[in-house]
Design a protein around this ligand. Structure first.
Ligand code: PAF
Length: 293
């Protein structure tokens, strides 16, 4: 266990984590991350600070949530810089375990995300939500926070974690923090660093499509989908092209597609690949039912 000047205590083993956890006075908020921290994570840590007396950040690239051929091996690992941001933001504890600490043996018992995990992002990334929920539950059991903070950029992840906590009676409050964007609209993501300048230009179509859909929210679900689709079709013909994985307009709690007239909240979600980089984005919307003519 190490302490960097006034920086956070860094725990790498379960024993070090248990000792650091035991010394926390008052309530604790956890920000689970895979590292490569950016301004979006900074917003999560700030929210955690507001929610509890002490803040823990976990940094672990979870092999269970990556499918074959995904970017597990090249996922950016930048622990020294991550610790710098945690220190700047006044985090008290960083849990940075190795794979062997998190998974001392090949896990036999893991979580199944159920039908919600097979929708939308789950169609293009089968098994992803099973692995994600398994590690989040392990982190909650190890760190035992009062509050856990997640970004709304991974809207389906956040909805699934809320559902897991409700279904399995996990004693933790879940907080969601709005997506942080670049001035041109690109949602911040640890994967943005893979993009060339040209690829980044194409990737902007994701947030543009969401804004176009949002602007059509008063005209019903079909209009929202059509407005977003028009932007994505253009990007599919651009150089380099966007290879769309999905465009979905869904119920925010279940991620079931919204069909027909709909009054109430929805999420417009989009994902695609530019070059070899998988990007996702979403925007919460309020849909109005059919108007009186
Ligand atoms: O959002 C992430 O960074 C990861 O999915 C999480 C929640 C840390 C689990 O590995």
């Amino acid at each position: 266990m190490s302490e960097r000047g006034n920086g956070p205590v860094v725990a790498e083993t379960r024993e070090e984590l248990a000792a650091a956890r035991a010394s926390v006075r008052g309530t604790l908020a956890l920000v689970p991350t895979m590292g490569a921290l950016h301004e979006g994570h900074r917003a999560l840590i700030r929210r955690a600070r507001e929610s509890a007396d002490a803040v823990a950040v976990s940094v672990f690239v979870n092999p269970l949530q990556f499918g074959p051929g995904e970017d597990f091996d090249r996922y950016p690992r930048t622990l020294a810089a991550d610790l710098g941001m945690c220190a700047d933001e006044g985090a008290d504890l960083v849990f940075a375990p190795s794979r062997e600490v998190m998974y001392p043996a090949e896990p036999q018992v893991t979580l199944r995300a159920g039908p919600m995990g097979e929708r939308v992002e789950g169609v293009t990334r089968p098994g992803h939500f099973d692995g994600m929920l398994t590690v989040v539950l392990k982190l909650l059991n190890l760190v035992r926070p009062d509050v856990a903070v997640f970004g709304q950029k991974d809207a389906q992840q956040l909805a699934m974690i809320r559902r897991m906590v409700a279904d399995l009676n996990v004693p933790v409050e879940i907080a969601g923090v709005p997506t942080v964007r670049e001035p041109d609209g690109l949602a911040l993501s640890s994967r943005n660093r893979y993009l060339s300048a040209e690829e980044r230009g194409t990737a902007l179509a994701l947030s543009r499509a969401l804004r176009a859909g949002e602007a059509a929210a008063g005209d019903g679900p079909d209009a929202v989908r059509e407005a977003a689709r028009a932007v994505l079709d253009e990007a599919a013909a651009a150089e380099p092209p966007l290879a769309l994985d999905y465009l979905a307009l869904v119920d925010p709690a279940t991620f079931v597609e919204v069909m027909g007239p709909h009054d109430g909240p929805a999420v417009l979600a989009v994902a695609g690949r530019v070059g070899t980089t998988h990007l996702i984005d979403n925007v919460p919307l309020r849909l109005d039912g059919p108007k009186e003519r």
